[in-house]
Design a protein around this ligand. Structure first.
Ligand code: HEM
Length: 207
């Protein structure tokens, strides 16, 4: 869980940096064209992330269900109750994120949702900029994305701290510091991602 989770965090950081190129004129179209100019790399990467995500989800669901079963009769014990609640919230936020990712792939990778208009820009490149701006101009889609980013924040704020605990790098002294680091990283990702639909739906960033 911990290793696959860190790999997914790495992807999420890189994806946020790539997406931020939307704030530079022509940036996101150049970035997307660059990425797609190397098909073996793109497909190799997609294969790896699919396997890593599948392992993370299968073990995550299993772990949450085991925790719940083990603690079902132990609610008098405070620590166990807390552990059960946090693992349950990881299960729910994780499943919500999975639903979001399926929707997100149908939208921006497969272009199967009705809001998506994929044209060609003045340089003959796939116009990812207008595709994203056109979608996020719908208030409901911007809202879905912002809600998904809040869910991502909740999942990561706990998940990053859990990673250190699993690796045995956590103790009573470092726990509050590591908890804070996890939250800071999660806040930076929340702001980085949510700023895109926010800037578009508010009309600050337009096509
Ligand atoms: C404002 C937020 C986001 C924007 C604007 C955005 C934008 C995009 C775009 C434009 C693509 C298609 C790339 C291409 O095929 O050229 C994409 C793909 C993808 N996104 Fe996002 N994304 C956002 C958030 C997220 C989040 C939070 C996750 C994961 C938790 C995520 C996971 C993915 C994945 C797995 C792909 C498929 C990559 C591939 O096609 O190989 N995205 N995103």
């Amino acid at each position: 869980m911990a290793i696959t989770g860190q790999f997914l965090v790495l992807f999420i950081v890189i994806h946020m940096l790539g997406n931020s190129s939307i704030f530079i004129p022509g940036g996101i179209n150049a970035y997307a064209e660059h990425l797609h100019s190397l098909p073996p790399l793109v497909w190799g990467f997609r294969g790896i992330i699919l396997v890593v995500a599948a392992i993370h989800i299968i073990f995550g669901v299993q772990l949450s269900l085991e925790n719940r079963a083990a603690n079902a009769d132990s609610y008098a014990v405070k620590n166990l109750k807390r552990a059960t609640l946090s693992s349950l919230s990881m299960l729910y936020t994780g499943l919500l994120l999975l639903t979001f990712i399926i929707y997100h792939l149908l939208q921006f990778t497969i272009h199967a949702t009705p809001d998506v208009v994929m044209g060609i820009d003045a340089q003959g490149r796939p116009d990812v900029f207008h595709m994203v701006v056109g979608s996020f101009q719908h208030g409901i889609i911007a809202f879905i994305y912002i809600a998904a980013m809040v869910t991502l924040f909740m999942h990561l704020a706990h998940g990053i701290q859990s990673f250190f605990q699993t690796m045995g790098w956590n103790n009573d002294k470092t726990l509050p510091v590591i908890g804070k680091i996890g939250k800071v990283v999660a806040v930076v990702l929340l702001l980085g991602y949510a700023s895109i639909p926010l800037f578009i739906v508010s009309g600050i960033l337009k096509g």
